[in-house]
Design a protein around this ligand. Sequence first.
Ligand code: SIN
Length: 355
Amino acid sequence: MNTSTSSSPISSGHGATPSLPRIAVLATGGTIAGAAADATNTSGYQAGVVGVDQLLAAVPALSTVARIAPEQIASVDSKDMTLPLWTTLAQRINTLLASDAVDGVVVTHGTDTLEETAYLLHLTVKSDKPVVLTAAMRPASALSADGPLNLLNAVTVAAHVAGHAEAHPAGRGQGVLVAFNNRIHSARDVVKTSTYAVDAFQSPEIGALGWVQDGRVEFQRGVVRAHTLASEFAIGAQWPHVEIVASYAGVSRIAVDALVAAGVRGIVVAGTGNGSIHQALQQALAEAASRGIAVVRSSRVGSGHVMRNGAAADDALGFVSAGSLNPYKARVLLMLALAAGVTEAVALQKVFDTY
Ligand code: SIN
């Protein structure tokens, strides 16, 4: 894994005119930076091998939208995203946005874990300047690669938001955004829903925030839950150990017992339906909760929310409901909450009801 950081001064920005917004483009790898042996191969390629300068060079129109400062933060397939790399990325974004010389940030990322990174940044970026993630389903070498237009659209969204002080209809203060296939999503709600389709990202139930097309940006709704400047969470030195288990027919308690023995601080369960849990798993999780391990019920369904079960279940067992966060996003929030010292079930439930 290459996690080197290189940067160019933002004022040199790829030949753009000085009045345009100054947008830092932070590359982390992914299929958007992927290359295959031939242009018809869209599944057998290596992710994260094309450098940020090459990605930008493929989109000359960027110079009409923003002054770009490229940085190569990492070159990873996002399945291999690490907690230290999350720390590096979040800290670098906060440093950049604290500077008057930067108006916004675009992050290029793999699609596979983009929703996790986006939500992490949504909760830990301390700025209302735009942060927009984008990605691609087809490698840079493919016929009809989707990365170049997604990158142009992400920079267009960042430049648009940077140029406006008001929340509506301009999108200021909406937290971290994801620009993908012409749609603009909130980092909180967006999930990857297709293994291959170019239209791979959706915000189930709630829909996209807006759209971007041919240089035009329109926001159609705002973000209600707390984020960025209103978030109590920050990237800390330590990441608490939190894992995910799933409930399914015939599941045993072996995984939960092993996690407890390994000393995890929290477990998110991808339950069935409304976050229901097989009795064998539930017994093991109740014992874990009684030992002070945070247990959060999410759902494997993919849309909808998990209702909190009252006195009969969650209260008695010490469980927390993830609401509409999927298990992967619930894990992000649980790690940040535990790192901030929120450990008790009632306080954790408040966190999940707020973010
Ligand atoms: C990755 O997530 O890095 C590979 C897959 C992709 O970007 O679509």
